[in-house]
Each structure stands twice: as structure tokens, then as C-alpha cells.
Design a protein around this ligand. Structure first.
Ligand SMILES: NC(=O)c1ccc[n+]([C@@H]2O[C@H](COP(=O)([O-])OP(=O)(O)OC[C@H]3O[C@@H](n4cnc5c(N)ncnc54)[C@H](O)[C@@H]3O)[C@@H](O)[C@H]2O)c1
Length: 271
């Protein structure tokens, strides 16, 4: 189904690694809704080459950028405006990585240079992206900026490790920068808090299979899929959500407001 919700709109989509990526599904849906965009990812992710398939399919160009590098981001924003023929209407920040998680370091035994790196990639990059857009006055009025997050920012999920702290910081940046983007440029900034989703980043979390099954049993509508997330993001990029800003929006089948479900209870009940 498509509704032409993004006809004539131009954007930048960060983080499409492979067909499982939430950013990949979002790019496909944006294209179906009539939006045009530049795809970007870290130069190292480009080497896997899959993003070119997506670019071909969606008739878009790819510009490599390490989202922690101001120089790369300035180049990305300038070139995107040239390629797309004007200012930007929507941006998706779909980036996350913890070196401590990758190296198997426990939360209570962090290597702080890994902690800094993971923070810079997962949270600091969101500030950097917005600061470059803001300084270059690159966003159109009533534009929309979305970053993806997870509920470990509010509640304890022990194996989510330092990503929980990175997500809390990311959500705070959305509010703090969202104020200035709203006041000065009439642009909205929100985070979407997504269910566990089987992607490369998701599956990096220890015990992911148990985690995703538990969330599904707890949620009255079941886990939100990557496509559900893409659809929600489309709504947030469209003119139908013009005055929604500074929000952390749950796309999680109801999980965040649950205490316990009958299905989960049943696994603890005797005969
Ligand atoms: N998968 C889940 O369970 C889940 C749940 C909630 C939120 N999220 C969030 O959704 C977002 C997208 O993740 P995903 O699940 O689609 O996984 P993914 O692994 O497909 O995407 C993560 C992306 O981050 C990119 N990236 C890493 N370092 C970068 C850098 N320095 N510069 C630019 N890009 C960089 C990777 O190349 C990759 O494309 C992340 O913010 C993630 O935390 C995921």
C-alpha cells in the first residue's frame, strides 16, 4: 500500500547495511511513498557492497560518511543538497554500535575507550548530524528528523550493556536539539523506540533469541517488525505529524506499558 505521503520530499537515510536493516526497509517505503533521498553509511560498511543494490532499486545515490566525522557529515549534507536539488525534508539516524558488546565485555567491566567509541557512534553522532544540518541551514521548514532507540534507556535489560546508556543520551539529544530546531527552523525531532528486531545490530545483543521471544509474549500486539518501524517513520516524515516533536515514541506492540501478560504468567504456573 502506498499513499504518496512523501511526494516531492527529499532526505538522507543513515544505516542501511543489508536487507534486514531497519533503514533498508525504511528506504524502500520512502521510495514507494514518492520521497527521494541519499543513502549513507560508514565507509567500512560500504565494502560489503549491498547498499548499492538498494540504491539501484530506489534510484538513489550513495555517499559514504562516518557519522562521527564532522568533515564527512559536512560533505554528505552539501552533496546531498546538490544531488537532490534543494534543502532536506527528512533525516533518519539508524546507527548503533557498542565495542564493549562486540568484544563481550560485561557492563561491570567496561573498557572505557570502547565505551567512548560506542557513545560517539551511537549517540554523539546524532548531535553531530543535527549540528551540521543546523549550521548549514540545510533543513526545510516543517522538516522531520528521526533517530531509532530502544527501551533499555528507561528500564533495565542487563545484556543491553552500555548501549542502554547510549540510548538514554541519544533520546536526551533529541529533546535538547529538538528545542532549537523547533524554535529556530520549525523542524521536528523525535526518537522511535522499537521492539527487538532481528538485524545485525539486534542480534549482536547477548541472548537475543530469548529476548525477542519474551518481548513478543509480553506485547498484546506482538513485536513491531522492521517494516512496522519503517511505516511509523514514514508517518513521522509526512505532513500528517507536523507538530509532534521532542517525543520518544514507542513502536513496540504495547510492551512498554505491560507489567506481565497471561502468556508469560503461564510459563511459571504449575498444573
Ligand atoms: N534491532 C533491534 O533490536 C533494535 C531495537 C531498537 C532500536 N534499534 C536501533 O535501530 C538502529 C538501526 O539498527 P538495525 O537494527 O537496523 O541494525 P543494523 O546493524 O542493520 O544497522 C546499524 C547501522 O549502523 C551503521 N554504523 C555503525 N557505525 C557507524 C558509523 N561510524 N557511521 C555511520 N554508520 C555507522 C552500520 O553500518 C549499520 O548500517 C540502531 O540505532 C539500533 O540501535 C534496533
Amino acid at each position: 500500500m502506498s499513499y504518496n505521503l512523501l511526494k516531492g520530499k527529499r532526505g538522507i537515510i543513515f544505516g542501511a547495511l543489508d536487507e534486514h536493516s531497519i533503514a533498508w526497509k525504511t528506504a524502500e517505503r520512502v521510495s514507494e511513498e514518492g520521497g527521494s533521498f541519499v543513502l549513507t553509511n560508514a565507509p567500512i560498511a560500504m565494502r560489503m557492497g549491498q547498499i548499492n543494490e538498494l540504491a539501484k532499486k530506489t534510484n538513489s545515490e550513495v555517499i559514504p560518511a562516518d557519522a562521527t566525522s564532522i568533515e564527512d557529515l559536512e560533505n554528505l549534507v552539501e552533496k546531498s543538497m546538490e544531488i537532490l536539488g534543494g534543502k532536506i525534508d527528512f533525516v533518519l539516524h539508524s546507527i548503533g554500535m557498542s565495542v564493549n558488546v562486540r568484544k563481550g565485555n560485561h557492563y561491570t567491566d567496561q573498557n572505557y575507550s570502547f565505551t567512548h567509541k560506542g557513545w560517539d557512534v551511537s549517540a554523539g553522532s546524532f548531535h553531530k548530524v543535527m549540528q551540521v544540518l543546523y549550521k548549514k541551514d540545510a533543513m526545510n521548514e516543517w522538516g522531520s528528523i528521526v533517530a531509532l532507540t530502544y527501551m533499555a534507556a528507561q528500564r533495565v535489560f542487563p545484556d543491553y550493556n552500555d548501549m542502554a546508556d547510549n540510548k538514554a543520551y541519544l533520546e536526551s539529544i533529541a529533546r535538547s536539539f529538538g528545542y532549537f530546531f523547533g524554535k529556530d527552523k520549525s523542524v521536528r525531532v523525535n526518537t522511535i523506540s522499537q521492539s527487538p528486531t532481528p538485524t545485525t545490530a539486534g542480534q549482536g545483543v547477548k541472548g537475543f533469541d530469548g529476548f525477542i521471544a519474551y518481548a513478543d509474549k509480553m506485547s498484546p500486539l506482538g513485536n513491531a517488525t522492521a517494516i512496522d518501524c519503517a511505516n511509523y517513520t514514514i508517518a513521522m516524515f509526512s505532513d500528517l505529524t507536523k507538530r509532534v516533536t521532542l517525543q520518544n515514541l514507542y513502536n513496540d506492540g504495547g510492551f512498554s506499558n505491560m507489567g506481565v501478560s497471561n502468556e508469560v504468567m503461564d510459563t511459571f504456573m504449575g498444573e
